[in-house]
Design a protein around this ligand. Structure first.
Ligand code: ATP
Ligand code: MG
Length: 252
C-alpha cells in the first residue's frame, strides 16, 4: 500500500464512561481519499475528531491509544499545530458570519496570532479560493460577507479556509449532507482535485458518494472498524457480513 501519512494504533474514545470507539488501528494512504462509512451513531464523527484533537474539547471526553502523523504522536504535539496540519470541515457550512469572504479565508492565521503581510494574505486568499473552486465566483466581491453566498459556496469557502493553513490532511464530516445535488457534485469534483495536494478523510452516510469519490473505504459499526480496503473491492466483495448488509441497505 502507498505510504500512510496518518495512522492510528489501538485508538479508543470515550465520553465519560461510554466507549464510543474500540481500539481502532488504521493507516490512511497519502494523497488518496478514504471514505469513513457506517450507520448513524457508529462513531464516524468521534473518530475523525480524534484525528485532530477536537474530541478532547468535549467535557469528560478522552482518548486512549495513538494517532501518528508522519510517525509523530499528535497527542504529544501542540493542539493548535495539530489542527493546522489536520484541517476540518463540518456538515453545516459555518463561515464566520460577521467576516468578509477575504477575512474568512485567512481566519485561521488571525486565530493563531500569525501576522501576514498584505501581499502574502492576498496570495493565500487567491490560492485557497482557487483550490476550493470558488475564486471565479467571488473574486469581485471578496469584501462582502461570507454569509451572502449560497450554501454550496459557503461550504467551498469553509474548505478554502481549511486549505489556507496548508494542511497535510483534510477531514470532511458529511460535507454535502446540507447541500442540494448540484452543489454536492461540485464538492465531489473538488475532492477529486484536492487529493493532489492533501490527504482526504471523508465521513459520509452516502454509499454512492463513497463509491464515486473514494479510493479506500473504512466501514465502522458500533464503534468498531469492521473492514478497510480499496473502495472497489470492499464494495464488490466485502469480506465481512456486516459490511455487505450495510451496502445492500439492510440497516443504517
Ligand atoms: N458529546 C457527546 N456526549 C456523549 N456521547 C456522545 C457525544 N457525541 C457522540 N456521542 C455518542 O457516541 C457515539 C458515536 O457518535 P458519533 O457522533 O461519532 O456517530 P456518527 O457515526 O458520526 O453518527 P451520525 O452518522 O449520526 O453523524 C454515539 O453513541 C453517540 O450517542
Ligand atoms: Mg457524525
Amino acid at each position: 500500500m502507498e505510504s500512510p501519512i496518518i495512522r492510528t494504533e489501538n485508538l479508543s474514545a470515550y465520553y465519560g464512561d461510554f466507549r464510543a470507539l474500540n481500539s481502532i488501528t488504521i493507516a490512511f494512504p497519502q494523497n488518496k481519499v478514504t471514505a469513513v462509512l457506517g450507520p448513524s451513531g457508529c462513531g464516524k464523527s468521534t473518530f475523525i475528531r480524534c484525528l485532530n484533537r477536537m474530541h478532547e474539547i468535549v467535557e469528560g471526553a478522552r482518548v486512549e491509544g495513538k494517532v501518528l502523523l508522519r510517525d509523530r504522536n499528535i497527542y504529544e504535539m501542540e493542539p493548535t499545530l495539530v489542527r493546522r496540519k489536520i484541517g476540518m470541515v463540518f456538515q453545516k457550512p459555518n463561515p464566520f458570519p460577521t467576516m468578509t469572504i477575504y477575512d474568512n479565508v485567512i481566519a485561521g492565521y488571525k486565530l493563531n496570532g500569525i501576522k501576514l503581510k498584505k501581499s502574502q494574505a492576498d496570495e493565500i486568499v487567491e490560492e485557497s479560493l482557487r483550490k476550493a473552486a470558488l475564486w471565479d465566483e467571488v473574486k469581485d466581491h471578496l469584501h462582502k460577507r461570507g454569509t451572502f453566498l449560497s450554501g454550496g459556496q459557503q461550504q467551498r469557502l469553509c474548505i478554502a479556509r481549511a486549505l489556507a493553513m496548508r494542511p497535510e490532511v483534510l477531514l470532511l464530516d458529511e460535507p454535502t449532507s446540507a447541500l442540494d445535488p448540484v452543489a454536492t457534485s461540485r464538492i465531489e469534483e473538488l475532492i477529486e482535485e484536492l487529493k493532489e495536494t492533501v490527504t482526504i478523510i471523508l465521513v459520509t452516510h452516502n454509499i454512492g458518494q463513497a463509491s464515486r469519490v473514494s479510493d479506500f473505504t473504512a466501514f465502522f459499526y458500533l464503534g468498531e472498524l469492521v473492514e478497510f480496503g480499496p473502495t472497489q473491492s470492499l464494495f464488490t466483495v466485502p469480506k465481512d457480513k456486516r459490511t455487505e448488509e450495510y451496502l445492500i441497505g439492510k440497516f443504517g
